[in-house]
Structures are given as C-alpha cells and as structure tokens.
Design a protein around this ligand. Structure first.
Ligand code: PLP
Length: 389
C-alpha cells in the first residue's frame, strides 16, 4: 500500500447520489400547488410496476408501513407465528409484533447470510402463517426453496426487499415472486425519496385494500376529491393508517428510479474494486460470489473481520476506521439479542449461531453511487492501515 495520509474529510456511510433532475422535480412540485398524494405518486407507481414487472404497486411512506400492511391484508394476528431472519433491521420483526403475532427466528446460511430454508422448515408449527425473508445486502434469497416450504405448509411469503430493488432471482425481479414485497426508499437505500416505500403484489384485491388502509381507510384519494373531476364526499370504510407517500417524495423517486440502473453500475464497479483489494487479505472475508443466474442489488458491501486473529473486536475496528475518517455500518446485530426480543420472547445467545457469528464480525463499507474511485481507494487504504497495526 502507498503511504497515504489520513483522508481529510469524513466519508459519510450511505450518502445518496441526488441528481439535478430530482431537485428540479421537487421545485416543480412545490410550485404546482399540490404537495400531497397525487399525480407524481401515480407516475412513480406506474414506473415502478414497469420496472419490477408486477401487477400492482402501492407507494407508501416507508417499507415498514408496507410490511405492516402486508401482514394485515393476509389476516395475520393474535396467536399466529411469522418466521423471519434474525439478521435484519428492527422493523422486520417489529411489524410482526404490531399485528399481534409472534416473531419466530430461523438461522441464516453463513455464506449468503440469508434465511436457511431448512432452518425455516424446522421452525414451522401449526401456528405459522407466513415466511418473511429478507434479501440481505441486496442478495436474493433462495426463493425456490422458501416457496417450496411455504407451499408444503400453506404459508404466505412476504418479502423484505428494503435492500433489493434491483435484485433478480433466476431472472425474475424481486417484487414479482412472493405474495407481497416491500421496498424501502429510506435515505441510505439504493433508491431514496427521503422517507418512502413501495408494496408490490399480483393480487388486485389486496392492492385495493392496501391503498385504502394506507390513507385512513377512506374511500377516495384526497387529490381526486379536490380536483376538476368533481366533488366526492369520502366515506370511512375501516380505521386505516397514515401511510401514504406524497408527491414531494415521488418527485425524488421518479428520477431516482430512472437512474437506478446507472447507479447500480457504479456500485458494481466499486464492489469489484473492494473484492480485488481484499480478496487475499488474511483477516477479512469478502462477500460470497453471487449465483450467476441471479442479480445482486449491491446495497451493502460487507466484510467479516477475523476478530480472533486481528486481535481486535469488530467495534474496535469501526472506531479505528472512524479515526481514519471512514464511516461504516453494522448490518446487523441479530434481533434476538436486542433487549425487547430477548426479554419478551426469552431469546438467548447460542440459539442462532450463524447469525451471531456474522453479527460479531460484520462491517459494511461505504458503497454509494455518490462515491468517487478516489473515495473507494481511501476506504481501502484506511482498512489496510487499521489492520496493519
Ligand atoms: C431500512 C430497512 C427497513 C425499513 O425501511 P423503512 O423504509 O425505513 O421503513 C426494513 N428492513 C430492512 C432490512 C432495512 O434495511
């Protein structure tokens, strides 16, 4: 490694690439007189349907809202169980609790870090209603095997595709496979709308119910009530939620979606550079190669630190990278070890060894399309320097 000095300014983890088109569309929305859910949301939904190749897409204010509504339309509630991965963000399991059901974790495959279909099959009971796979880091889960377990036991499949907007499984886009799929457009994700999400399904009745539930349970879209189409009083059909996306968010989403493939190519280039730089590093394990039939959405580049031989913990590694002005992330500390889940459901360390092994060693390096090649070299230099000490 060249002897380079410390990077002068802090490299923020997950800083998004925002183009002039997004900025102009937001300004145009502000000038249009309508900021709420309206024509831009409709266009974003239509564009997203075309991108994913699904029949229905409902824009929401988060992926969490999408996962919650997905479990609700499936009628999952008190006494039911939903099987998911412990290696995920809190929201994935929180929504299971929100509907009154019990989250049941199954361990992951240590290589792909995604749900192990055999562990899922072992976790099925007479109360199980759904499987909630997470396409971690953007790598598609083994959907054929998971769908087979679901079919055998009559379970629904709700996918957490927060990381996986561009992912494909055996040529099929994620969002067109399971019963319902939720995407995230949170500030660090591959497509950002500030806050936002999308729920896709092939089922027209579910899509209609989701649309109503996402906007107070009322019968008509607000912008239609006030538009030239004529006044329509609304009716409350059920006690819905405030989960709708606004045109201001969709203004960002329309152009972020248009540039999604270009941004993916940039991240693929950064990914290859990291792979090449760290392939032979004795203390790091790079992400497993992707099945050639699939497409990885390249959301997170995670390395596993050999904490025993490095003589430092993963957390120490992160602190040292921070002093080198490199921001990193942890995806994730397994949920069964978080206070609420451990206390409420009695989970303990040792129950999900692969998840725990990953949770102790995983570090996500910056991988935004906003990064320059020079930024990526700074990350590589810092990682080598921290591990040399
Ligand atoms: C970000 C994230 C979510 C939640 O997405 P929001 O849009 O913030 O609600 C859910 N699951 C995973 C795996 C995530 O990373």
């Amino acid at each position: 490694m060249k002897d380079k000095g410390r990077r002068p300014e802090f490299l923020i983890f997950g800083s998004p690439a925002i183009g002039e088109e997004e900025i102009a569309e937001v300004v145009a929305t502000l000038r249009s007189g309508w900021l709420g859910t309206g024509p831009r949301v409709q266009r974003f939904e239509a564009d997203f349907r075309a991108y994913v190749g699904c029949a229905h897409a409902v824009a929401l204010n988060s992926c969490t809202a999408g996962l919650h509504l997905a479990l609700e339309v499936l009628g999952i509630g008190l006494g039911d169980e939903v099987i998911t991965s412990p290696v995920t963000f809190s929201a994935t399991a929180n929504v299971i609790v929100h509907v009154g059901a019990t989250p049941v974790f199954a361990d992951v495959d240590p290589r792909t870090m995604n749900l192990d279909p055999e562990a899922v099959a072992r976790a099925v009971t007479s109360r199980t209603k759904a499987i909630l796979p997470v396409h971690l880091a953007g790598r598609p889960c083994d959907m054929d095997a998971l769908l087979e377990v679901a079919r055998r036991h009559g379970l629904a499949v709700v996918e957490d595709a927060a990381h996986a907007t561009e992912a494909r499984y055996r040529g099929r886009p994620i969002g067109s496979i399971g019963d319902l799929t939720a995407f995230s457009f949170y500030v660090t994700k591959n497509l950002v709308t500030g806050e936002g999400g999308m729920l896709t399904t092939q089922n027209a009745a579910w899509a209609e119910e989701i649309r109503i539930k996402a906007l107070h349970g009322i019968s008509r879209d607000a912008w239609k009530r006030y538009s030239a189409e004529g006044f329509q009083p609304y009716d409350t059909l059920l006690p819905g939620y405030k989960y709708n996306m606004t045109d201001l968010q969709a203004a960002l989403g329309i152009h972020q979606l248009a540039r999604l493939e270009t941004n993916l190519k940039v991240r693929e280039r950064h990914w290859r550079r990291y792979d090449e730089a760290f392939a032979d590093h004795p203390l790091l394990r790079t992400p497993a190669p992707v099945d050639t039939r699939d497409r990885h959405a390249r959301h997170l580049y995670t390395v596993l630190l050999d904490t025993e031989r490095a003589g430092m913990s993963r957390n120490e590694f992160i602190v040292r990278l921070k002093t080198e002005n490199i921001g990193t992330g942890i995806h994730f500390t397994p949920l069964h070890l978080h206070s609420y889940y451990a206390k409420t459901f009695g989970f303990t360390r040792g129950q999900f060894p692969a998840a725990e092994w990953i949770g102790d060693r995983t570090v996500s390096l910056p991988l935004s399309a906003k990064l320059t090649d020079e930024d990526v070299e700074d990350v590589i230099t810092a990682v080598f320097r921290v591990l040399e000490r």
